[in-house]
Design a protein around this ligand. Structure first.
Ligand code: MLC
Length: 308
């Protein structure tokens, strides 16, 4: 397995290096995503970099939880925003997050392939690594994007399906993922860029799904989105196991405290997503195979229509 990973990494690295010598478009992309002074010279300094203080982190999460709690308890069934405007705002929000996720995935992948000598350096940063340079620039953007994703919760609260979709999973994920990003960034956690790329790719698929929903075209591949998310959590465990191995058999890896937090968080998400999967998709299947009540499988959207 390790040999395959090394082979894929070196092949991709070779491909990127070749493209950089022959394609001016690729060179421009590389400049803006890796070499630009703001990206290249990025440094994370606790208390100085935007969003880097513990106070900022604590207040952000407390504000999110308080507003979510207060707004979700509104005693009114009417939504304060006209549905057409809400659909427009949701579509704009999803387009933005789709583009941002794609940019983060591309920027971080290019950085990994052009700045790290081999795959071992990606899995295990040396102890004492300082969070600076393009890898941590993208880690910082990723952290701030998780705060911006709080808008998802607002859109759910404003929607007519809030009672179904404002779940413990959603609020727990949105509140805790920001802590994970903060700790991983602050402790220069090994393999964090790998997790960033995986999650951003999955979010491209997820926000495309949400975008199509907000445009009134509910995709039939909802289950695929959940499956991608679950595969992502399993693969994160594989990565975590590798870091654990290198940490205790070599000179140690950077950010082992971040590793501990991530392990517990990813395990809890895996548990919640497996539960979501069972409840959403098994229920749809049972309804179709059930005792002839005529409910059509809707891919878990909760909008199954009764057959005439
Ligand atoms: C397919 C999923 C992505 C979403 O499943 P759900 O059952 O929650 O959602 P759904 O099928 O009802 O979604 C369609 C509804 O979402 C609305 N919608 C559109 N854009 C949205 C947005 N940006 N945020 C929240 N809701 C949005 C649509 O208008 C539509 O509303 P209407 O129905 O009214 O027309 C699933 O895999 C999942 O993640 N479920 C967990 C719930 C969750 O919040 N996930 C996202 C954060 S967790 C995460 O992000 C993990 C990770 O890192 O991968």
């Amino acid at each position: 397995m390790y040999n395959i990973t090394v082979f894929i990494f070196s092949s991709l690295k070779h491909l990127v290096e070749t493209l950089l010598t022959i394609s001016p478009t690729f060179q421009t992309l590389h400049y803006y995503l890796v070499k630009h002074p703001r990206v290249h010279n990025f440094e994370w300094h606790q208390g100085q970099t935007f969003g880097s203080s513990i106070t900022f982190l604590t207040l952000t999460i407390l504000l999110y939880l308080t507003l979510t709690f207060l707004l979700s308890r509104r005693h009114t069934s009417t939504v304060p925003v006209p549905p057409s405007l809400l659909r427009l705002l949701t579509a704009a929000h999803n387009t933005f997050l789709l583009s941002l996720s794609a940019t983060m995935a591309l920027g971080c992948t290019l950085t990994i392939l052009t700045t790290l000598p081999d795959v071992h350096n990606l899995i295990c940063f040396p102890v004492g690594t300082v969070p600076k340079g393009p890898l941590f620039f993208w880690a910082h953007v990723f952290y701030l994007s998780k705060i911006y994703e709080y808008v998802d919760t607002l859109l759910i609260i404003l929607s007519s399906s809030a009672s179904r979709r404002l779940s413990f999973l959603h609020v727990y994920h949105h509140a805790t993922v920001v802590v994970m990003c903060y700790i991983s960034l602050h402790t220069a956690q090994s393999m964090y860029p790998g997790i960033l790329v995986t999650n951003s790719v999955v979010h491209v698929v997820m926000y495309l799904y949400y975008l199509m929903c907000s445009l009134g075209k509910r995709p039939t591949w909802k289950k695929l989105v959940t499956d991608c998310q679950i595969v992502q959590f399993y693969s994160s465990f594989g990565i975590m196991a590798l870091i654990f191995y290198y940490h205790f058999t070599g000179d140690g890896c950077s950010g082992i405290w971040g590793w501990c937090f991530d392990s517990v968080f990813i395990a809890s998400l895996l548990f919640l997503f497996l539960d979501f999967h069972t409840k959403t998709y098994m229920k749809s299947k049972n309804e179709v195979n059930g005792n002839g009540n005529g409910v059509v499988d809707d891919g878990g959207s909760g909008k199954a229509a009764k057959q005439a």
